[in-house]
Ligand binder design. Sequence first.
Ligand code: NAP
Length: 245
Amino acid sequence: MTGQVLVLGGTGEARRLAAALVADGVDVVSSLAGRVAEPALPPGAVRIGGFGGVDGLVAWLRAERVSAVVDATHPFAAGMTDSAAAAARATGLPLLRLQRPGWSAQPGDDWRWVDSLAGAAEAVQGFGWVFLTTGRQGLAAFAGLAAHCVVRSVDPPQPPLPARTTTVLARGPFSVDDELALLREHAVDVVVTKDSGGSMTAAKLTAARELGLPVVLVRRPPLPAGVPVVATVGDARAWIRSRAI
Ligand code: NAP
């Protein structure tokens, strides 16, 4: 053992990777942004809060004798992902990106791809009942909507919000039956989501297909060049093992 492995977290994959590394006897510290009031904590050491940009992260990596970094943040946490890539370049530390694959449309899906939350807000113009599952952050992009909006998030959303907003506080995973019930209860006619991927929140896509509803999907931000990417916790664990950290 030559140092700690830093897992940049906030996802189920990050928690499972931390558990696997702890089981392997690796000295692991997970980092959370601190956005969620009662986060699901991974096994092993945990630190919470931003590092203070690239310079803060570089200083932290040096002070804590980190020997490798796995960026297992959410596919849309582009600020942290870019910061990790810059800090790895500055320190020469090995960095791996663990990112689950995005979703793929199936027969019967009516998916409309957009590049941003602002693009999603434009794409739902003309709909009357919008289910917004893009998370608490970024809801301002939808604030100008006249439609009824059902917002689902883990913690209560903050203004600015669409004028006619119903909030549903819930943390996934959700079943298809849960999603069908919610879509019917609120008479939703369009669903908005980020292309988060994974199974935890995919049931809404199945439910939308079953009800013949269109889904507006926000494309993922690009990954930094030169950073190796794996899709599974097992592959990230093998990468750490191969480095004998
Ligand atoms: P972001 O925009 O990429 O990050 C903004 C800043 O928050 C970063 O520059 C960093 O601050 C801090 N930060 C983000 N993730 C961190 C982490 N794991 N540990 C320490 N600091 C972190 O991120 P975000 O989109 O706000 O997401 C925040 C967290 O929520 C992430 O950890 C992500 O995995 C999780 N999450 C995000 C989404 C989403 O849709 N974006 C969904 C589910 C979960 P400094 O510059 O000060 O270091």
